[in-house]
Design a protein around this ligand. Structure first.
Ligand SMILES: *Cc1c(COP(=O)(O)O)cnc(C)c1O
Length: 403
């Protein structure tokens, strides 16, 4: 397959990447999303939108983020032949890549004349990023979050409130992410004339997988340009962790039309038993949930299965439809890293380079370290999707003996 025009041609008009993607929602929400799709296609490619987003990325977000060669980490892996580089999304404002699409979504809402942003959040990272965008654009912000998650993620709840967002507890069922999605969709269907729904990853119904990918593609285009200027070459491999898939699609977008080998890394958690991991592309089946068709982990009744990962940003029972497609055509290789391997990478990068990575990003780094030990690679570029300060308390509690 030729990838020269891929980003323009995928997804198709209905939001499909091959068999995956689409819109599977009640009629009234379908109409609301058609409005979003039309607005996105009409507005996001105009010169004024692009130049305003560019200015925001520079002045507010601090882009471009650098790429960084990990000399000591690379040397520690033996043979001395593989150089690991990081794309430093941990240095993006608020410490992760998520703001890249939240600022795009906020700007779109402003152009559409909306007054409010609505979203769900699991661990709260997306809620915080969206609340940041809402504060910047002076829009109202309503974040739906399971009651159980609110209790577990107090610092993120405080951040959202400080930034001016309203946190709405989802109080039914298991009171976690799935219920937060239901609650947010239901609020949006009552309010879509005034509000824009903002999904936190390359998941959900069309146009979100496309829109979020396009807003995140800045990561890949920057990285490719920076890497080529610095070394005169392309990296041999590009590696990113995959939860819903936004940071991975962001960096992959810059390299899909090159010979670079691409690796998506899923969380293997405690192991391959059902319920112990969230490696949906590795162990999942075709299915439909949260308004889209993709590969997902399901229980016996066909409902989203319980999932687990040490990295709360990765424990989602599916992955974006574009990842399901890129796996099916063999353009991206997907592998999995367990909790222990991720924690080892977390400590290694902290000790050897003075960079504390997010546990999510540590999965991608651990995979790079594994490939480097097996050797055969000249250079590997890892998307360091976020910084690890948010994970410190948990790591200290569980792995305090390693300090
Ligand atoms: C949310 C999050 C992820 C996972 O989300 P994707 O959409 O798969 O990128 C990865 N890294 C960090 C730091 C996150 O906050």
């Amino acid at each position: 397959m030729n990838f020269t025009n891929y980003l323009r041609e995928f997804p198709d008009e209905k939001g499909f990447f091959g068999p995956y993607g689409g819109v599977f929602l009640p009629k009234e929400l379908e109409e609301a999303l058609e409005e979003v799709t039309d607005a996105y296609e009409r507005i996001a490619h105009t010169e004024s939108f692009i130049s305003e987003l560019r200015r925001i990325r520079r002045d507010f977000q601090g882009r471009p983020t650098p790429i960084y060669p990990c000399e000591r980490l690379s040397a520690s892996l033996g043979k001395g032949r593989t150089q690991i580089y990081l794309k430093r999304e941990d240095l993006n404002h608020m410490g992760a890549h998520k703001l890249n699409h939240c600022m795009g979504e906020g700007l779109l809402a402003k152009y559409m004349g909306k007054k409010k942003l609505i979203a769900e959040t699991g661990a709260g990272q997306h809620g915080v990023a969206l609340a940041t965008a809402a504060a910047y654009f002076q829009l109202e912000c309503e974040i739906h979050m399971g009651e159980v998650d609110i209790a577990k993620q107090a610092p993120n709840v405080s951040r959202m409130k400080l930034l001016g967002a309203k946190v709405v507890p989802a109080t039914h069922g298991l009171k976690t992410l799935k219920e937060a999605v239901d609650s947010a969709f239901s609020a949006y269907s009552k309010d879509y004339k005034d509000a824009l729904y903002c999904i936190g990853s390359t998941v959900g119904p069309h146009p979100f997988p496309k829109m979020v990918r396009d807003f995140q593609s800045v990561v890949g285009f920057e990285a490719r340009d920076q890497f080529e200027k610095r070394t005169g070459f392309l990296p041999d491999g590009v590696i990113a962790c995959v939860g819903g898939g936004s940071n991975a699609m962001g960096i992959f977008s810059g390299f899909l039309d090159t010979p670079v080998t691409l690796y998506g890394v899923e969380p293997l958690g405690k192991g391959p038993q059902p319920g112990d991991h969230a490696a949906s592309l590795t162990y999942g089946v075709d299915g439909t949930m949260h308004g889209f068709h993709s590969i997902m982990l399901q229980d016996a009744a066909g409902e989203p299965a319980p999932v687990y990962s040490i990295a709360s940003g990765l424990d989602y029972p599916s992955s974006g439809p574009e990842h399901a497609y890129l796996q099916s055509i063999g353009r991206v290789n997907y592998g999995a890293i367990d909790d222990e391997e991720a924690v080892e990478a977390f400590f290694a990068l902290s000790r050897l380079e003075g960079i504390i990575p997010a546990l999510e990003s540590s999965h991608a780094l651990a995979y790079a370290m594994k490939l480097a030990r097996e050797d055969g690679y000249g250079s590997l570029l890892v998307n360091l999707s976020g910084r690890g300060d948010k994970d410190l308390e948990y790591i200290l509690e569980r792995y305090g003996d390693r300090f």
